[in-house]
Design a protein around this ligand. Structure first.
Ligand code: PGA
Length: 252
């Protein structure tokens, strides 16, 4: 059975004290309201990871990073390795977020290397894909997502792939307040599952968690999550507000 997951992507928000207070508040909430078969991952800035990891004691709640370097170690000033992330107690890392692809020029090839390094160090990978508006308007959104998955993710063995979560995030919906309609999300998620099936077979496809991201909030989460191929969400802005985030988890 595939996992139902809500992951928060804090991006570059909140200082250490603010982040820790939010993590502790969420942890208390999920101790009082157990997640049961659902899972919550808080993807924080690197600075927060070690303390947030330790603060998260509720079953099913864990910390993740938002990026990692593609090298093992060495002279890469300012960078953070997958092994360092793992050593904080964090269990996951987001790879290939559109903000990293766009602002930091991360290519499909680099993202495959980062994914390899993360998997080698025992991290689960939340691998992001999604088209920009002009690509959707040009009706090439399926081709774009297919390329991103084939180049970034489908080179891995079945065993490695089974530790990957896919997040479909249409770039035109990220931080814009414009959400993909439930039908648009379902259509792309079903397409992604089909691609996984062609590459790894039906059983793996059925077990792959595919998250939706892009202006997902408490008011629209339920209708997005109601789709058979939407297994949860990757939440940006709305993950910074405790009650809002809890309502989204509740909608799952
Ligand atoms: P948003 O961001 O929820 O603020 O649109 C989602 C994301 O970028 O992961």
């Amino acid at each position: 059975m595939r996992k139902k997951i809500v992951a928060g992507n804090w991006k570059m928000n909140m200082d250490l004290n603010e982040g820790l207070a939010l993590a502790e508040g969420l942890n208390n909430h999920f101790i009082a309201n157990p997640l049961k078969d659902r899972e919550v991952i808080l993807c924080t800035p690197f600075i927060h990871l070690a303390l947030v990891s330790r603060a998260l004691t509720a079953p099913g709640v864990s910390a993740g990073a938002q990026n990692c370097n593609d090298h093992k170690s060495g002279a890469y000033t300012g960078e953070v390795s997958a092994a360092m992330i793992r050593s904080t107690g964090a269990g996951s890392v987001i790879i290939g977020h559109s903000e990293r692809r766009t602002y930091y020029g991360e290519t499909d090839e680099l993202l495959a290397s980062k994914t390899a390094e993360a998997l080698r160090n025992g991290l689960r990978v939340i691998f992001c894909c999604g088209e920009v508006l002009s690509e959707r308007e040009g009706n090439i959104h399926f081709d774009v997502v297919k390329r991103q998955l084939e180049k970034g993710l489908f080179g891995f063995s079945e065993e490695d792939f089974s530790r990957c979560i896919i997040a479909y995030e249409p770039v035109w919906a990220i931080g814009t307040g414009v959400t993909a309609s439930p039908a648009q999300a379902q259509e792309m998620h079903a397409f992604i599952r089909e691609l996984v099936e062609k590459r790894y077979g039906k059983e793996v496809a059925e077990n792959t968690t595919v998250l939706y991201g892009g202006s997902c909030k408490a008011s629209n989460a339920a209708e997005l999550f109601a789709n058979p191929d939407v297994d949860g969400g990757l939440i940006g802005g709305a993950s910074l507000v405790r009650d809002e985030f809890c309502s989204i988890v509740n909608a799952l």
